[in-house]
Design a binder for this molecule. Sequence first.
Ligand SMILES: C[S@@+](CC[C@H](N)C(=O)[O-])C[C@H]1O[C@@H](n2cnc3c(N)ncnc32)[C@H](O)[C@@H]1O
Length: 166
Amino acid sequence: MVSRSGIQPPIVHNLVTPYYLRHHRVIDPSPKVILDAGCGTGYKALALAIANPGAHIVGVDLSEKSVELAQQRLQYYNLENCEFHPLLIEDLPQLGMRFDYINCDEVLYLLPDPLMGLKAIRSVLSPQGILRINLHSSLQRSPFYRAQSLFGMLDCSTNPKTWQWN
Ligand SMILES: C[S@@+](CC[C@H](N)C(=O)[O-])C[C@H]1O[C@@H](n2cnc3c(N)ncnc32)[C@H](O)[C@@H]1O
């Protein structure tokens, strides 16, 4: 099935399946409010909007520029039922909103205190709500650690600001 935007809906971001697995009933995603926590430039927010037609999408990210781009990305696909805020995950309660579904991809492990971030996310989840969160385990990160130590052995900095492009 292709959505009205012409993009293949990403099944992994569809709410109907996790709700069915959890509550044994098929829901209509259209009245649902979905948060993409740490949305970056909105790639996953777009996926959430397409996979859940009619749902209200809210994205937050610490980067003001990313949030602007996320808004533009969804507007480009005529997906108007969305709002984006430059906000720390830790400050989510300030939004004064509750969410039926919270997606948090590739973010939590970046926080100085991931547990505090998780608690903030949990505090804005509605009682029947579902969280979709991932972390990189140290095993998954090991190739990056190995690359960092190789760069160190080669006396190369891993700080991109010091790289020179010829
Ligand atoms: C690896 S990107 C993932 C972006 C997006 N979730 C995705 O999967 O495409 C990590 C994002 O988390 C944001 N971020 C990091 N710490 C954050 C925080 N404390 N609060 C909100 N956003 C944060 C960064 O600005 C960045 O956009």
